[in-house]
Design a protein around this ligand. Structure first.
Ligand code: FES
Length: 164
């Protein structure tokens, strides 16, 4: 496979694979590096990985779909995961999801047209005691309120860090 696939330079994918010595045991790490670089794993790239590692495509696909860290669809630069688990739901978690949807003008499961934000409802994030919880690119935010959602989005838009 040569050139550009889904905006991804296949040579860059090759370089990531070669860094691991094209070791099939490094499959998860390779997929993590690709996900980190482009925010998703396009199907043609999964095929490329399978060919280069000489492992069955089904195995690569199974790994890519098993772990929540991986996405087969493009994610925003800021990947927002809003907990829809029971404890967060009992603390008005549904309102938090709604505020994100209103502010970003997308539904959960979608990415903003500029590619900046993707919004996902997820199962328990493991922070029930400080729910409702939100995770942004692996950083947790607890005790979310409408005001905190607005502040979080504002800081992300401005590229600033805020306390989680
Ligand atoms: S239910 Fe939301 S963090 Fe556990």
């Amino acid at each position: 496979m040569e050139g550009i696939v889904n905006d991804i330079d296949t040579h860059s994918v090759d370089r990531i694979i070669e860094r691991s010595g094209a070791d099939p045991e490094a499959l998860i790490g390779i997929l993590q590096d690709i996900q980190a670089e482009w925010n998703y794993l396009p199907l043609p790239v999964l095929k490329q990985v399978a060919e280069k590692l000489d492992v069955p495509y089904n195995r690569v696909w199974a790994v890519a779909t098993f772990y929540e860290a991986f996405s087969l669809e493009p994610r925003g630069r800021h990947h927002l995961q809003v907990c829809a688990g029971t404890a967060c739901h009992a603390r008005n978690g549904a309102d938090i999801i709604r505020v994100f949807e209103e502010e970003l003008m997308i539904d959960a499961g979608q990415t903003t047209p500029d590619g900046e934000f993707s919004l996902e409802c997820t199962h328990c994030l493991g922070g029930c005691a400080v729910g409702p919880t939100v995770m942004v690119n692996e950083v947790y935010y607890g005790r979310m309120t409408r005001q905190k959602v607005l502040e979080l989005l504002d800081s992300l838009r401005k590229g600033k860090e805020i306390d989680s």
